[in-house]
Design a protein around this ligand. Structure first.
Ligand code: CA
Ligand code: ZN
Length: 300
């Protein structure tokens, strides 16, 4: 079992980053993580407009995985996501569909035992902590951890939680994997711009799948598979997530393109991960296919 402290983190997924840990395929690694603000916001008097934005979205890592080569797939099993006993919610100026009806506000939210958030004296709700930033170094130019892409990154997919498995297309030798930006809770779309941003600890097992390829991230939960795609255009992101699922159903279940399309139309769901931000590459869509009877595994 390896343990990575949160100080061993970086702000971009890059093939130039020096690994902070080297492991063999199949080893367990626990990542301690900052919140997305690098823990700069500690009270309701701290507004996000006054923090150092060059230090947002750190990812703990990168981890070099022996045997990982470009076009292999990295399998990351999430055994547990534990969080600190308080988190931060904030509106972000100019961000999201209700920004014209909100002020800039920081809210500190107590979180009990990683499972209940106390929004205020009257409102509490159950939470399932999730991982916002998870990815590998892309083959090309570095990508800031705040951006999503084919390599993963800030995909803000709330089904990436305890018990789920994330499959990522490897871009460079060693994969150079990292994660951060844990949320005690986040709704689809993250409409206000933040989840309950919170420092945490994520337990994983990281393995290399040889002889398999993926164009973009794939997520498996107990009852579903999810393809995840990012683009500046919402329609394109949805189309890419749908195409990825269609391709998997065609190759793994021996369906025609049209039959896969028909099945997806009646049994699957288009869902949004992230659609609040004004910046150019920030829409992340996913397609959910439930594990229906006789469906083969889509990978691994
Ligand atoms: Ca995020
Ligand atoms: Zn976040």
């Amino acid at each position: 079992m390896h343990y990575l402290p949160r100080e061993q983190s970086s702000f971009q997924f890059s093939k130039e980053n020096t690994p902070v840990l080297k492991i063999e395929s199949g080893e367990r690694v626990t990542f301690q993580t900052y919140d997305c603000f690098s823990n700069q916001v500690t009270s309701e008097e701290h507004l996000v407009t006054s923090i150092d934005f060059s230090r947002v979205n750190p990812a703990t890592g990168p981890v070099y995985v022996a045997g990982a080569l470009p076009d292999d797939v990295l399998k990351v099993e999430i055994h547990d996501v534990k969080v600190r006993d308080w988190g931060v919610i904030s509106t972000l100026p100019g961000t999201g569909p209700l920004t014209h009806r909100a002020e800039t506000k920081t809210k500190i939210v107590p979180v009990e035992n990683s499972c209940v958030a106390h929004f205020n004296e009257r409102i509490s709700f159950p939470v399932e902590p999730m991982i916002g930033v998870i990815g590998v170094a892309p083959a090309g130019d570095p990508v800031p951890c705040g951006h999503p892409g084919n390599h993963g990154g800030n995909i803000d997919t709330h089904v990436i939680t305890k018990g789920s498995t994330v499959y990522l297309p490897i871009g460079v030798e060693g994969a150079l994997f990292g994660l951060g930006d844990v949320h005690a809770a986040m709704g689809d779309g993250e409409i206000g711009g933040t989840g309950i941003e919170i420092a945490g600890e994520v337990e994983t097992t990281i393995s290399v799948l040889k002889g398999q390829t993926l164009p973009r991230p794939l997520v498996e939960t107990a009852d579903s598979w999810y393809t995840v795609a990012a683009d500046h255009d919402i329609t394109t992101a949805i189309r890419m997530a749908c195409e990825d699922m269609q391709e998997l159903l065609v190759t793994k279940w021996d369906l025609s393109l049209t039959d896969a399309y028909l099945l997806m139309s009646v049994a699957g769901d288009v869902q949004m991960c992230q659609c609040c931000k004004p910046s150019p590459v920030e829409v992340v869509a996913r397609f959910r296919m439930p594990k229906i009877d006789n469906m083969p595994r889509l990978i691994g």
